[in-house]
Ligand binder design. Structure first.
Ligand SMILES: [Zn+2]
Length: 288
């Protein structure tokens, strides 16, 4: 978990200011061929980000649980991020791939269980229900599901292998933009809408969902990609797929990012939000 936070100043300079990291240089006017004090200051700031670092953590009035949905290890190769500059690869120094995960989160608050995304689903060997059972929560006990976006590793777990609804008592919250996009018309989403019917509620960015969960605009990865904030916790969905690369270099997009320009802007904005408000970040593909 801490690997990607341990960037040395030299690493950041080489990675962020390399002359073949074209996008990087464009996005960082401080970069030039000189090793500058500003770059060192910037590297110090990277460690200011706070990440969820345990399976379970108590906050003021609620507890969050990290639910690892993938079986075994999960890594993303550099190839997934387009043309990553050689010096960036060298400094990240993870030739076998960057650690990642497929995760979901549960918040227990005021006797309610709020699930954030649902993983791959049993059809694709998702572990979510086992993880929930380890903390004594059954699918029937989920009160709310908040969905960051409609990719299969986030809504696959909403349905059983037979295509029936898993969280039979849950109210489900989805972004209006996501629902109205092409992703909202794909089979998996359509099936989810059919199964959950009037239990599906549509939100706009800025809306407060049950138990004071705030829905924040993080579009780019998908048309309605949403980040959720509850107190000091920030659930960033797919804002980053390989934090080892994208935390120091938010300008690198995974191929999965539908609108790369918007994804980069959201990544920078949300990371800044987290840093300036001292929020604890958890994400669906952060290394477990
Ligand atoms: Zn994902």
């Amino acid at each position: 978990m801490n690997n990607f936070l341990l960037f040395s100043c030299a690493a950041l300079i080489a990675a962020g200011c390399g002359n073949n990291a074209k996008n990087s240089a464009q996005n960082n006017p401080q970069c030039d061929n000189q090793v500058s004090a500003q770059c060192c200051d910037k590297s110090a700031q990277q460690s200011d980000y706070k990440f969820l670092d345990s399976k379970e953590k108590a906050f003021d009035g609620f507890t969050v649980y990290w639910l690892k949905d993938n079986n075994g290890d999960h890594k993303f190769p550099f190839d997934l991020f387009g043309n990553v500059a050689d010096d960036v690869k060298k400094e990240v120094n993870m030739p076998d791939g960057m650690p990642s995960s497929i995760s979901a989160y549960l918040i227990k608050v005021n006797g309610k269980n709020i699930l954030f995304d649902s993983g791959l689903g049993q059809k694709a060997n998702g572990q979510l229900l086992d993880e929930l059972s380890k903390i004594g929560v059954t699918p029937e006990q989920i009160d709310y599901v908040c969905i960051t976006h409609f990719h299969g590793d986030h809504i696959g777990g909403m349905l059983t292998a037979e295509g029936k609804k898993v969280f039979v008592n849950a109210e489900v919250y989805v972004s209006r933009l996501e629902k109205e996009s092409d992703l909202g018309k794909q089979d998996l989403a359509v099936q989810m809408f059919e199964q959950y019917g009037d239990k599906i509620h549509v939100f706009n960015f800025g809306d407060k969902l049950p138990e004071d969960v705030l829905a924040i605009d993080a579009v780019g990865h998908t048309p309605g990609h949403t980040v959720f904030q509850k107190g000091n916790l920030l659930i960033i969905g797919d804002l980053m797929h390989a934090a080892a690369l994208q935390l120091p270099h938010p300008e690198y997009c995974a191929n999965f990012d539908g609108d790369k320009e918007k994804a980069i802007a959201s990544r920078k904005r949300i990371l800044e939000l987290a840093k300036s408000n001292n929020l604890i970040i958890c994400g669906m593909h952060l290394p477990y």
